[in-house]
Design a protein around this ligand. Sequence first.
Ligand code: GDP
Ligand code: MG
Length: 740
Amino acid sequence: MAKVFNIALAGNPNAGKTTLFNYLTGARQHVGNYPGVTVEKKEGICQHGGMELRVTDLPGTYSLTAYSVEELVARNFLVNEKPDVVIDIVDASNLERNLYLTCQFMELGVPVIIALNMIDVARHRGIEVDAEKLSSLLGVPVVPLVARSGQGVDLLLDTVLRVVEEKKPYPPLRLSYGDDLDQVLDDMVPLIEQGGLLTDTYPASWTGLKILENDDQILDRAMKADSTLADTLVRRSDEVTSHLQRTVDTYPEAMIADHRYGFIKSILRQGVISQRFDVDRLYTSDRIDKIVTNRFLGPLIMGVILYGLYSFTFNYSALPVDWLASLFGFFGDAVSRVLPDGPIKSMLVSGVIGGVGGVLGFVPIIMFMFLGIAVLEDSGYLARVAFMMDRIFRMFGLHGSSVMPFIVSGGIAGGCAVPGVMATRTLRSPKERLATLLTVPFMNCGAKLPIIALLIGAFFSAHQAQYMFLATVVSWSVALLTAKFLRMTVLRGESTPFVMELPPYRFPTFKGLFIHTWERTWQYIKKAGTVILAISILLWAMMTYPGLPAGKSAQFERQRQEVMAAYAPQGVSAGQEKGRPGQVAESPELAAKLRVIDNREAQAALRNSLAGRMGIALEPISRFAGFDWRTNIALVGGFAAKEVIVSTLGTSYSLGSVDVEHTTSLGERLARDQHWNPIVALAALAFIMFYAPCFVTVVCIARESGSWKWAIFSMAFNTFLAYFLAVAIYQTGMALGLAS
Ligand code: GDP
Ligand code: MG
């Protein structure tokens, strides 16, 4: 049989009693009424450490007077039922007022544990409470708590067990209530104790205090128990009351309250509370907010700031991006020159340096972007953006706090869905959070930018900026509409209010900015170094093996021999093959012809490779959207990482293009290719912007949503949506004859 203890939850209204009660007892609750009154009484059971705790949720009160039913119910319960422990739930963000009740529990001499609740809210307001100090000053255990998330509940229960096992006495707290009252109390207490007046229910000092406070219930009971003694006490009380009236124009009740507050203040002033920012700053912040979050000026300012972030990022990162590109180009050349031809060299150059280098090349952009965002975040501005956008987001079943994940994922330009998915942790409602993390991959992340820029540059070069802007608008529209769709179907549910406190504005610190920027940049670099490296090598292998059958290779070799023979009428022997460079240098025409054969061979090899076969196998489906097999290879590769799309497309199209000069760019090559036209480009853009998130994002979605179900849903849903859009664009465009 487990030991049974009775626990009461008490505290001010809205301190979180019911939240903690529900967390502790779950479904094992019973709701009734306190006898004779309409005040609700909730009871429940909670098991912890081999004990059974019977928990009662007391009505919320600010005091323990006899003026209200709730207060009477609460104090009667405490003195009649004598719970083993009273958990006093205290709102840490409003400590002074909440401790007023605590103080009275201690005067009543009940075993109290302070549950210092809402430390999250307090922290948000810049209030830090030193629980240990508070505990040692008050002499009762103090456990920090976030009842809403259950953080600290285990420690609280451990403390409950410790206190009930200890069976330490809790002598009533005797404060000083000023000379006059102290003297009277000193006289009263021995009289009450000797007369045994209500002493089996209340401590003598409490009865004395209540008589001074003119408490109806206590006076009543005292009269019934021992009217002579009660009369004597009341007379003393009346004397001091009129004395106080005459001298300081106040009543004992007010005097007592003042001294309780004085006691609390003196405790709080001893370093229990530290305010991280001062009230002045809050005031200044309010004034700034009048302008910055103004209904009309706000969005305008936001536009300017976001545009500033845009240009800051791209202007300042242009140079380092060039440096990095040259650096990796240099590496590639060096490796090409040093290593002999063969699979190792091909893997290092195309797979490792090409793949990882392409990704690392983005580091400066990412870094500047994150630095800009860190400034906005640390200064407190981003919270204002969330605040302003909340109304719009709410229409789509999202929340103001969804803005940040969208921006991080590339809502403005060049983010990444991985930190974006992680940023959804600030959302409290699970459904709003899921709707957000499932739609952030629709943003144009940094990895999609190169391919978007490439296609726009190749097919819509006259209106690049407009198309870029359009891509951003479309990505937001699709994300918001999808969120709305999800919130109306699989994620149906209430929307939660915007409770985020607007933190005061403050100047970001260098250290803070550095840490924020570096954390995120490092995350990105790690991804490039590990995942992308592996993917690049894998893709390189898939595009290289199994290679051409020996017979086919020999056929191409024979063609080369024939061409060379034609240019060297003296006759070419097998041994002279090594002289090819010199011969080629002599005749540009020969070089071109040889390159055509090389390309044909490479194309045949690609077709025969694993990736090539996959691309060809997908053609029956992809042709409705206008994609040929080489595009398919790139798109499949893009699932691994979107960065890979451009490089894969580059490889497959350079290998595939037979007659085109080597020096033309990929964009030009696509523009000239018969498989491509502006409509195909638009369809491809739609597909690339919206199909399955990259592999790393999918893993993150699984981790953050707590189940692979949502990760798989995201892949399937997005790919289907993207395919639908691409087919719609391609078919409509072709039907209208817009292809040329
Ligand atoms: P009661 O009046 O003491 O029963 O308080 P409730 O349990 O009803 O809580 C009042 C409000 O505070 C509810 O909206 C809770 O969700 C919220 N709340 C409770 N505990 C916490 C907490 O630790 N942190 C935050 N942020 N909110 C809390
Ligand atoms: Mg409640």
